[in-house]
Design a protein around this ligand. Structure first.
Ligand SMILES: [Zn+2]
Length: 516
């Protein structure tokens, strides 16, 4: 339960400014003194073995001092009365004077909207409850007007889960500024209007964050969106849904556009991007995929940068978004490998192009999501791919955890999403928290150095353990979002939303794993 003072503050913001006039972000004063680092900081950050309890937050209190926590919110759910858990994939919109973040929740919680304008005081604006629907990922449009939900196949009603309320209806909004759950207006009509929101894209207008509206829906056969992305390039606001159907030949990316409409907005289908299944050494089955849409700063063209499991990095020219053209590919999946996860190669799950040229070069960072300990390195890798010529991508540098770890469970120390701040890339790393990677000198570093680690270890006053959701180990971080003011939003599965800051001027002693 958020205290009354915070509740009143949120309501005042909503009433007076429609969430447009939040308090100014609170930056910590620069730490004038030199930081002291334990020479074994990297080993300390990934404890394991006899005597270590992966479920004990206090046993992971080993963040490097160049990370500072500015603010924290346990995301207590009005619907469940606890931290709902989940919070695996989120997004943020940095409007300067107003900054919103959103993250998916477990169970019936489709997303939680958080006002992070003041980084020292992240505040829950509301939670969007969609009974029986399953939200895998959320995206915010850069203008902060829409939350786009990537839905996968629905789940059974939470009947029988001890203590869980049974929610009914299409969707409700739980906000501190409303006396109770408010029915979310559904301002789209069609054959799906009376069924639970299944596998597809759900477009939610938060123009009035006190009363969000469902304004459109687009189905994504068969299994729905594994991940969802939104960005505005020029005058166009694109939505890219990455659909994993497990069979590589029928796994695809769906490109949509958000256009103005009388009801608040509309999703317009532009194209499907369906990679030839013979690419990437012909995998039969694939795993998670993802993608972003950004302009290449070298040639000014708009591309989709797709992470496509064993099919690797796929670069798609969107000069005409209705006729997308694949122009570049890179994969290290070896011939004949058709396993869904190999841990050593392929398994490409994220792709992040730089938004500027560095010394005349353009780099795209790609990373894996893996199931277990690779053969020759402790964890999944992140590679820097030279994409100066997007038709001939080539790998030039690599990073992985600089110290070995013993995996206690599937996915436990996997790499996940990437987020950049200047020449530091932050990689979300499941139970290893968040690692800072120095990418300032790629041309002279085949093995990219680690320069810090952050492990969220706060404990929710009302944890969600009674529902058995999320991962049993803590922390678990699958996404961070970097804001323009330097704030980094870190989502932890069991303890909620952190706002942290990283001092790149005081790197931890560089550590590398000898991949080369
Ligand atoms: Zn642990």
């Amino acid at each position: 339960m958020v205290n009354a003072r915070v509740s009143l503050a949120v309501c005042a913001v909503l009433v007076l400014g429609g969430c447009l006039g939040g308090p100014k972000g609170g930056k910590l004063p620069a730490d004038a003194r030199a930081l002291t680092f334990d020479p074994n900081w990297a080993e300390l950050a990934v404890p394991f073995g006899d005597g270590h309890d992966h479920k004990d937050p206090a046993s992971h209190n080993h963040s490097t001092p160049n990370f500072k926590v500015a603010g924290w919110n346990p995301l207590l759910s009005t619907h469940y009365g606890t931290t709902p858990g989940g919070h695996l994939c989120g997004d943020s919109a940095d409007g300067g004077s107003r900054r919103y973040s959103a993250v998916q929740g477990a169970g019936d919680v489709g997303f939680i909207l958080v006002d992070v304008t003041d980084g020292s005081r992240p505040q829950v604006v509301g939670e969007f409850v969609t009974p029986t629907s399953t939200t895998r990922d959320v995206a915010l449009t850069p203008d902060g007007k829409y939350v786009v939900l990537g839905q996968s196949t629905p789940h059974a009603p939470e009947k029988g889960v001890p203590g869980a309320p049974i929610a009914v209806g299409s969707a409700t909004w739980r906000s501190q500024c409303n006396d109770g759950p408010v029915t979310v207006p559904v301002q789209t009509s069609g054959p799906e209007q009376n069924v639970p929101w299944g596998a597809g894209v759900l477009l939610v207008s938060i123009a009035d964050p006190k009363t969000p509206k469902i304004v459109d829906y687009w189905p994504l056969p068969v299994l729905g969106a594994h991940s969802i992305y939104a960005n505005t390039v020029g005058d166009n606001t694109y939505v890219l849904a990455s659909v994993v159907n497990l069979v590589a030949a029928v796994t695809y990316f769906e490109l949509l556009q958000i256009v103005p409409a009388a009801n608040g907005g509309k999703l317009v289908h532009l194209s499907y991007i369906l990679e030839e299944p013979t690419q990437g050494n012909a995998p039969v089955i694939n795993g998670h995929n993802d993608g972003v849409i950004m302009t290449h700063p070298g040639n000014g063209k708009v591309y989709a940068w797709l992470a496509h499991w064993h099919q690797g990095l796929v670069i798609v020219d969107l000069s005409n978004p209705r006729t997308p053209t694949i122009v570049g590919r890179w994969t290290d999946n070896p011939p004949g490998n058709t396993n869904v996860g190999t841990n050593d190669a392929g398994d490409i799950h994220e792709a992040l192009p730089s938004d500027s040229l560095w010394n005349g070069k353009h780099y795209t960072f790609v990373g894996q999501e893996i199931l277990g300990h690779p053969t020759k390195r402790p964890s999944g890798y992140m590679r820097a791919i030279d994409t100066t010529d997007p038709t001939h991508p080539r790998p030039v540098a690599i990073w992985s955890l600089p110290v070995d770890v013993e995996w206690g469970a599937t996915l436990q120390f996997s790499t996940h999403y990437l987020s950049p701040v200047n020449h530091t890339v932050f990689i979300s790393h499941y139970h290893a928290g968040v690692w800072a990677i120095d990418v300032s000198d790629i041309q002279n570093h085949t093995d990219l150095p680690s320069i810090g680690a952050f492990l969220p270890t706060f404990v929710s006053p009302k944890p969600m353990t009674q529902y058995g959701r999320g991962y049993s180990w803590t922390p678990t971080v699958m996404e961070t979002n970097a804001m323009r003011n330097g704030d980094i939003i870190v989502w932890d599965s069991s303890s909620g939303c952190y706002v942290v800051q990283f001092d790149a001027s005081q790197p931890a002693p560089a550590r590398t794993w000898p991949n080369a």
